[in-house]
Design a protein around this ligand. Structure first.
Ligand code: FES
Length: 552
């Protein structure tokens, strides 16, 4: 949600202007809070995108914040005139993928076999009575991403989705990628990231249309760092080579038999039933986390005979390749460029973002903007289209250089600040693409398969759901395979977490399957660097061969 404030403080006659929180309240914008503006809960976080210099200096309660993040209850307007624009961390209109589609599990009803069951009015968890209740019983599934969070409320007796919620991960003040969050959490030492997210989850649960005490179990999918931060574990080791979660290290030392986690909701500061259990899905290895594990369930890999690949493009791209007999997984540190990060006019998938681009025969641009209002920037799917169209119209070469000596391409100049795209933006996207493509080549190489051997290529996640497949193929972001094999499935991770919540059989199946996955460590593959360099160019990725045939 955004707050835009045009003000003249002299008219208010106040020595210290109202806080940003006060202004937001006056505008009817809900800011998360648990401490009623006392500077204690740290939930009223806002990102100031304009007018930072017009605000009071940071208060002691804000010393944990960097850059343009502020606590809205602690920061006041200090100048007499001006414009302040900021966002709360609850941008309800951010395009967050809440559901999945075109998954095989949709067609074959999974048996309903949750850990929480009922015997008359007795509520049992793994057969042990934990409560007495006659009304419906519920569980939560969560996909905890670095950028976004999706929570789904399910009826454990019918499997029906009762409600869901989605919001930006409020841990953004600790950095936009997992390495920054690890660094932040290690230096902070107070588990502020964990507590901030728990505060937001409390609000999400409070808004669900059921008694929170009727929620008896929660299943969490997320990358290794997000999952471990949520459970309050030390994440330092995930940021250091060989990049292992503390659960993996413990397992290697024989101190545990699985990387999955179990904790009580109370210890995780969640307002569920006091005896509710929280189960963190197992991680696969290193940065290939519990979100990738959830995807294994979602695509029903344990029963899959065909050769399938799954690619979830994001700040950290996950790759899975295989079938019921052999599974490989990898993680590519692609960075935030495809989410609009580090791009001059990049922005998330919010209203105002250009999401589709085409170049007309006369060289003019036409585009589609989310929400149909004026364009404010360009999001990931728009960037893919733009690169593809620049190539097609021969305004950019395959090395990412603009023709005609252009330094920047202007997409829209109607509003005060023109929306432009520069060669350095192309460079950021080229490097993100290079990491993804190198990951694809390495995992196929290691598997001994060619792209054309694939039967199904699942594009998971919000970005994969909205990108134009033809554009992605033209710029070489995904293999140039038959379009009929490509399925844009949306949020497979929340689907996998839901399956694990509703079925102990599926949960056990996942625990077993995760042990069989081979983690393909990209950084140690001898061809990685050359694949990366090749992947930075904007050429289609050949369908018939990986670089096995032309590998250096
Ligand atoms: S409202 Fe709690 S810190 Fe601002």
């Amino acid at each position: 949600m955004s707050v835009e404030l045009h003000y003249n403080r002299q008219q208010t006659n106040a020595a210290l202007g109202p806080s940003l929180f006060d202004y937001a309240e006056k505008l009817g914008i809900q800011v998360p809070t648990s401490c009623h503006k006392q500077g204690m809960c740290k939930e009223c976080l806002v990102e100031v995108v304009e007018g930072m210099e017009l605000l009071t200096p940071r208060s002691p309660e804000e010393k944990h914040l960097k850059e343009n993040f502020r606590l809205s209850c602690r920061c006041h307007v200090a100048a007499d005139f001006g414009i302040v624009r900021c966002y709360t961390m609850r941008r309800g209109d951010l395009r967050i993928e809440r559901h999945a589609l075109q998954l095989p599990v949709r067609d074959q009803k999974s048996p309903l076999d949750p850990a929480v069951t009922r015997d008359g009015d007795r509520i049992l968890l793994d057969g042990v009575e934990i409560d007495r209740r006659l009304g419906p019983i519920h569980g939560l599934a969560m996909d905890l991403g670095t950028t976004t969070v999706v929570v789904r409320l399910l009826n454990l007796e019918t499997g029906e989705i009762v409600a869901d919620a989605a919001f930006e991960n409020p841990q953004r003040f600790g950095g936009s990628d997992v390495m920054s969050r690890i660094h932040y959490d290690t230096l902070d030492g107070t588990r502020l990231l964990q507590r901030t997210l728990a505060g937001y989850l409390n609000h999400a649960v409070a808004e669900f249309p059921v008694d929170p005490k009727s929620i008896y179990e929660m299943v969490v999918a997320g990358n290794s760092t997000m999952r471990d931060l949520f459970f309050g574990l030390n994440v330092y080791s995930i940021g250091q080579s060989p990049y292992r979660s503390i659960t993996e290290l413990d397992m290697a030392e024989g101190r545990r038999t699985t990387t999955s986690l179990v904790e009580s909701a109370r210890r995780l500061l969640l307002p569920l039933h006091p005896k509710a259990r929280v189960y963190g899905l197992p991680i696969i290895s290193g940065h290939v986390g519990a979100d990738a594990a959830a995807c294994l369930l979602a695509v029903d890999l344990a029963r899959e005979e065909r050769l399938v690949a799954l690619m979830d493009i994001g700040t950290n791209t996950e790759l899975i390749l295989g079938n019921k007999n052999k599974i490989l997984a990898a993680s590519c540190p692609a960075g935030p460029a495809f989410e609009g990060g580090k791009i001059t006019c990049g922005m998330p998938g919010l209203p105002g973002a250009i999401e589709k681009v085409a170049i007309n025969a006369d060289g003019s641009m036409r585009f589609q903007v989310i929400g149909d209002g004026p364009a404010e920037g360009i999001c990931g799917s728009g960037l893919i289209d733009l690169l593809s169209e620049l190539l097609r119209a021969e305004r950019m070469n395959t090395l990412g250089r603009f023709h005609h000596g252009d330094e920047a391409i202007v997409l829209d100049a109607k509003n005060g600040a023109p929306i432009c795209f520069t060669e350095s933006d192309v460079n950021e996207l080229a490097q993100a693409k290079g990491a993804n493509v190198a990951g694809l080549h390495v995992i196929f190489d290691q598997y001994g398969a060619r792209f054309d051997d694939l039967d199904v290529f699942y594009l998971a996640g919000g970005f994969g759901r909205h990108l134009n497949v033809s554009s992605a193929k033209r710029i070489g972001l995904i293999p140039n395979i038959d379009g009929a094999k490509i399925r844009q499935v949306g949020n497979a991770s929340i689907e996998g977490a839901s399956l694990a919540l509703l079925s102990r059989t599926r949960r056990a199946e996942l625990e077993e399957m995760v042990r069989r996955v081979t983690h393909c460590r990209l950084e140690t593959h001898p061809g990685f660097f050359n694949y990366f360099v090749e992947g930075c160019q904007f050429n289609p990725v050949a369908a018939l061969n990986t670089l096995q045939d032309s590998a250096p």
